[in-house]
Design a protein around this ligand. Structure first.
Ligand SMILES: Nc1ncnc2c1ncn2[C@@H]1O[C@H](COP(=O)(O)OP(=O)(O)OP(=O)(O)O)[C@@H](O)[C@H]1O
Ligand SMILES: [Mg+2]
Length: 422
């Protein structure tokens, strides 16, 4: 009997890393062993192993293809996943039959091959191969093939995590995070959770006018209890589609966390909520760095001065090199135009960062001050204000979605407008 898990292999052409909006759920803690025949495929698998989505997987790569795999498992137990590169058609099938006799139950096999042939796919399916990926492959193809083995249909919809942080303290990162989450929930009608990670001083509760007795501290200090039902009970509902995982904002204990302290909370949220917005405080520690690197999308909020520019640049450099298969982070400039304050122009900022800001949010002390003191969102106070529209645009950009409620204006509408005006 062949023990590989059954799943239809897809004859999928390798996609380029530009498919950033495709959602690939991170893999669980699994062991993966790859047996490659060419250095190109070995390099792609190696790079895939460094992708954030395979951060929990243990990956070992060997050369020698099928023959090496059969040899390796004669006496050793098989891992959760075997990735096999195989050049020839006949060799694959004969080799798989041999491998099946030494494979443990539950081991899944992904084949990377060069033959684009329906007949061959059928034979592979019959032998229980989980996926067949056509070479040449880029790292994200390997990431996708491995991660998809563990993201079952039942676990969907899988949520996107958007991380928002400030390049400096007090630049308005939390305010922007809360307003963007509000727009995602209200205007895009996407179920969202804001997680306030500033446990000591977080303002999400104040901004949404909520005073929950439970929140993120209950989860992070009870790691053994974390599951969907438990985290659900800690959420406080702000609007139809928006919930808050609030910070205690108390100082009776200190909040020194290990690097992986929030992993299971994020995994649980990701499994049950379509969009999770992380309000990450401006600090640099193992867990803040990890939360940024493992997010699906990142927004850095900066104010237009030199320290913000340096910090944004450093964050960009680090995040881009740690996430080679992801979209670059986004940034916006906030509190632009404070009277009498010298500022670095957006164009200069863009030149140094090598990317344009996604928004230039004006300094509007009356509007933002009123919202903060009333526990309201900007949209509730000034629905028609330019800033409200900027939050909506950033919400769309970060979720890859168009507005749900208002129909998109037709390209014909200016023409109709003119005709009607006659
Ligand atoms: N565009 C703006 N115009 C005027 N005031 C603003 C603007 N954006 C934010 N503010 C105000 O700036 C203050 C700081 O905002 P916020 O708490 O969101 O910053 P932060 O970057 O999260 O700070 P921290 O580093 O403490 O987390 C708040 O009082 C907020 O209302
Ligand atoms: Mg903040």
């Amino acid at each position: 009997m062949i023990n590989y898990a059954q799943k239809n292999p897809e004859a999928e052409a390798p996609r380029t890393p530009s498919a950033f909006d495709e959602h690939i759920a991170p893999s669980p803690r699994i062991s993966v062993q790859a047996f490659c025949e060419t250095v190109e495929v070995a390099a792609a698998v190696q790079a895939a192993g460094e992708d954030r989505r395979l951060g929990k997987a243990h990956l070992k790569i060997q050369m020698g293809g099928m023959a090496a795999a059969i040899e390796a498992y004669r006496n050793a137990p098989t891992p959760n996943v075997i990735v096999l590169e195989s050049e020839g058609r006949g060799d694959i099938l004969a080799g798989l039959d041999q491998l099946a006799s030494v494979c443990d139950a539950g081991t899944r096999v992904v084949v990377i091959g060069r033959t684009n042939d329906v007949q061959l796919y059928r034979e592979l399916v019959r032998r229980g191969v989980s996926d067949y990926v056509m070479a040449p492959v880029v790292p994200i193809d390997v990431v996708r093939a491995i991660c998809n083995l563990f993201s079952t249909q039942d676990a969907k919809p899988v949520g996107r995590i958007v991380a928002i942080t400030g390049a400096k303290g007090g630049v308005g990162a939390s305010t922007i995070a809360h307003n963007i989450a509000w727009a995602i929930a209200r205007d895009l009608a996407l179920d969202s959770v804001v997680a306030d990670l500033d446990l000591a001083f977080g303002t999400a509760g104040l901004d949404y006018n909520q005073d929950p007795t439970q929140g993120i501290a209950d989860a992070v200090f009870s790691p053994d209890r974390i599951d969907t039902a438990f985290v659900d009970r800690l959420l406080s509902k702000c609007t139809d589609h928006l919930s808050l995982l609030a910070a205690p904002a108390t100082l009776d204990r200190v909040y020194d966390f290990g690097t992986e302290a929030f992993d299971s909370i994020f995994d649980t949220l990701r499994a049950s909520v379509p969009c999770v917005v992380l309000d990450i405080p401006h600090q640099w520690s193992g867990w803040t760095k990890r939360a940024l690197i493992s997010a699906d999308d990142i927004l850095i909020v900066a104010s237009p001065d030199l320290a913000n520019l340096r910090n944004t640049k450093n964050l960009f450099d680090l995040l881009k090199s740690s996430r080679p298969n992801d979209r670059a982070p986004l940034y916006c400039l906030n509190q632009v135009g404070i009277p009498k304050r010298p500022e670095i122009k957006a164009a200069e900022f863009a030149k140094a960062i090598e990317a344009d800001p996604v928004a230039l949010i004006p300094f509007e002390p009356q509007l933002f001050g009123l919202a903060a003191n009333n526990g309201q969102m900007i949209e509730e106070i000034a629905a028609k204000h330019k800033v409200t529209d900027q939050f909506l645009q950033m919400a769309q950009r970060l979720t890859g979605r168009a507005e749900a409620k208002k129909p998109r204006s037709s390209i014909l509408s200016p023409l109709f407008g003119k005709l009607l005006a006659r």
